[in-house]
Design a protein around this ligand. Structure first.
Ligand code: WT7
Length: 663
């Protein structure tokens, strides 16, 4: 359901008639990390349970004595009097405890180049990178922006920052120079770590020019960035600004291979990660150290049933999203896992590339997004059938609701009808998985994330904040603080309170619609606000509208997320052109105009935000108070009969739009 009461994704209602259930095999259940007792332990003493996890999974420099301080709600303090270091936990202690020769990262570049990094290798590289950053003036508390492709240096850079207690802010490499600029400015970053480029669909794709553009002073304001550290990946020609830009390999070569980690308090900021909200300005989600690491390690161990000595784990997410933070960098490395990192797209150079990688590295745990599964479904099951996928034993899904068809295909074609599937619900804000089946315990239902993890308390409530009965629907809330919860929005405490804590008293409002089935299991139904989910990536309708109206030719714009078979939702924009648009555009050809505007959005935000369709209209449907009725536009975008339009200020507008589109 969306705010105006329509299903965010048509067909989701069908989910609720899904009655298949897949209990774990007795063999899997017997060997699983998670046993039913985990729920009992957490229910008996929730805070004690989390304290046990924090002690069990992390190495503390100074042990904590207090588990949770909620007196400053909604800003939580977990394990606050303890000290630790994230990089020490992810790397050093494995080496110190005799696991230095274990492979940490099997890297597979898109062109087919490979690198293997053991935990000892990682320790050396992270230490050198930390020394190199320190030499560039980075010290504890300084922010560092990371803008890199999916190469080992992305993980090394994050850990080097964490080693210094310098919060990193990773910006997805697919974001534009403008998006990078605004994130650098908001975080007041001192250093940017980037690369000459990365390989994408068989060709080198430059990154450094976007950094150069983002650092040019604008409106008389200098960039806060003093240095740019540049990894050489593609070898393409790269301009280096004298005194500002430094090659990563030069800086690391001269850096010492040992580095004493900076021991920070548990509540020391670990990272800021920007994500789209309901307004035009992305929110800098702030995560701190002790609680975040506790919950990422805990979830990674139990939800994926990780056996660090024998599993080969692969999460396909990019480091630019929270999934890459929690389930590529921190969770797996804290747990001493061996993982695969792949640079490119699933279809380069052929549509079997993922399955080839699974066969090659004998991957046992795969974590990916429904949109990728649907894309592979479209390519056909003959492709995975030609590879040996028999090593797989747990499959995970994240980012958006997974439709039962995709779930069943994932289990049958990829999982050989034997693997448990974990459909994991969480958000950038929650930091780690919150709602998910536990393999070995939960009888899985295709399409449902089902149950809050042990230690997590969630509910579905109606408009009046009443818990809905089984069979009922409403809004998902998180009723008790959790260790990996965000500690705020960078520099904007009011927005933090307003966005998440004002809708219902004392509980966290997730922004998702949800339903409880007759067993009380939770089914996520999509966003209830103006946030879209395209291929598991979060985009704001308002942000794309602002990008469109920033073009001289556009008078007004309205953006909706329309249901899309592959990407979940697709961006559809309705624009009103200014009467003098021909001047601004140099054309009156509608196809050309649409192309120009799509590219404009790509430049303002990034290629992922480009509308799939742009419809030029004469009017937009608005209520008497001037609010755009996106519900009606969604009807048009999804080729449905237009719903109730009686609250429109001018009820003929929808006719006008329909007429305009059919010409
Ligand atoms: C939004 C969060 C969590 C990392 C990737 C996305 C949607 C996420 C599921 C799921 C249904 C899901 C929600 C949520 N979502 N996982 N398993 N089932 N919906 O992180 O960009 O912060 O987006 O993604 O709508 O609010 P994000």
């Amino acid at each position: 359901m969306t705010q105006d009461g329509t299903p965010a994704q048509a067909g989701l209602e069908n989910l609720l008639h899904e009655s298949r259930s897949f209990p774990p095999s007795p063999e899997f259940a017997a060997q699983a990390n998670a046993q039913p007792a985990l729920y009992e332990a957490a229910a008996a003493d929730r805070l004690g349970f989390w304290a046990d996890q924090a002690r069990d999974l992390l190495t503390w420099r100074k042990p904590f004595t207090e588990t949770l301080d909620w007196s400053g709600a909604p800003v939580a303090r977990w394990f606050a009097d303890g000290t630790l270091n994230a990089a020490y936990n992810a790397v050093d202690r494995h080496v110190a405890e005799g696991r230095g020769d274990r492979v940490a990262i099997h890297f597979e570049g898109e062109p087919g180049d490979t690198r293997t990094l053991t935990y000892s290798d990682l320790l050396r590289e992270v230490s050198r990178a930390a020394n190199a950053l320190a030499a560039l003036g980075v010290s504890t508390g300084d922010r560092v922006v990371i803008y890199l492709p999916m190469i080992p240096e992305a993980v090394i850079a994050m850990l080097a920052c964490a080693r210094l207690g310098a919060p990193h802010s990773v910006v997805f490499g697919g974001f534009s120079a403008d998006a990078l600029r605004s994130r650098i400015a908001d975080a007041e970053a001192k250093v940017v770590i980037t690369a000459d480029g990365g390989f994408r669909r068989g060709a080198p794709s430059a990154l450094k020019p976007a950094v150069d553009e983002a650092l040019v002073p604008r409106d008389g304001v200098e960039s806060p960035v003093a240095h740019v550290l540049v990894v050489r990946r593609t070898g393409q020609d790269t301009a280096m600004a004298e005194g500002r830009d430094v090659w990563w390999h030069d800086a690391l070569e001269s850096a010492d291979v040992t580095h004493e980690p900076v021991w920070v308090e548990a509540e020391h900021p670990l990272f800021i990660l920007y994500t789209s909200g309901t307004t035009g300005k992305p929110k800098g989600i702030l995560h701190t150290t002790g609680g975040y690491l506790t919950q990422t390690a805990y979830t990674h161990k139990y939800v994926f049933d990780l056996k660090a000595e024998s599993d080969v784990y692969w999460c396909t997410a990019d480091i630019g999203w929270v999934t890459g933070h929690s389930y590529v960098t921190y969770g797996p490395l804290i747990n001493g896992a061996t993982q695969v990192i792949y640079e490119g797209t699933p279809d380069s150079p052929h549509q079997g590339r993922w399955w080839e990688i699974i066969e090659k590295y004998k991957v046992t745990i795969l974590y990916t997004a429904p949109t990728a599964i649907r894309t592979c479904m479209k390519w056909g099951e003959d492709i995975p059938a030609t590879f040996d996928l028999s090593t797989l034993r747990v499959l995970g899904s994240v980012g958006e609701p997974i439709n039962p068809e995709a779930w069943m295909w994932y289990r049958r074609v990829v999982g050989g009808d034997r693997t448990p599937i974990v459909d994991t619900w969480w958000q950038t804000e929650t930091g780690a998985i919150m709602i998910s089946p536990l393999p070995g315990v939960t009888a899985a239902k295709p399409g449902s994330a089902q149950v809050p993890l042990p230690g997590i308390v969630a509910d579905v409530v109606d408009d009046e904040f009443r818990s809905v009965p089984d069979g009922g629907g409403g809004y998902l809330v998180l009723s008790e603080p959790w260790p990996a919860m965000l500690r705020g929005i960078w520099g904007d405490l009011e927005r933090f309170k307003d966005t998440y804590w004002s809708r219902f008293p004392g509980v966290y409002f997730a922004g998702d619609g949800a339903k409880k089935d007759d067993d009380g299991d939770i089914w996520l139904l999509g966003r209830v606000d103006d946030v879209m989910n395209v291929s598991g990536h979060r985009l704001s309708t308002t942000e794309i509208e602002s990008a469109l109206v920033s073009h001289d030719a556009v008078a007004e714009a309205a953006v909706v997320g329309a249901t899309d078979e592959t990407t979940g939702q697709a961006v559809v924009a309705f624009v009103i052109l200014r009467s003098d648009h021909a001047e601004a555009l140099g054309t009156t050809d509608e196809d050309e105009i649409i192309q120009i505007l799509r590219n404009h959005v790509g430049k303002e935000i990034g290629p992922i935000a480009k509308p799939k369709r742009i419809l030029v209209v004469a009017e937009l449907p608005k209520t008497r108070s001037g609010k755009i009725m996106r519900r009606l536009l969604r009807d048009v975008a999804e080729n449905r009969a237009v719903g109730d339009a009686t609250t429109l200020a001018d009820s003929s507008v929808m006719d006008l739009i329909a007429k305009g589109l059919s010409k």
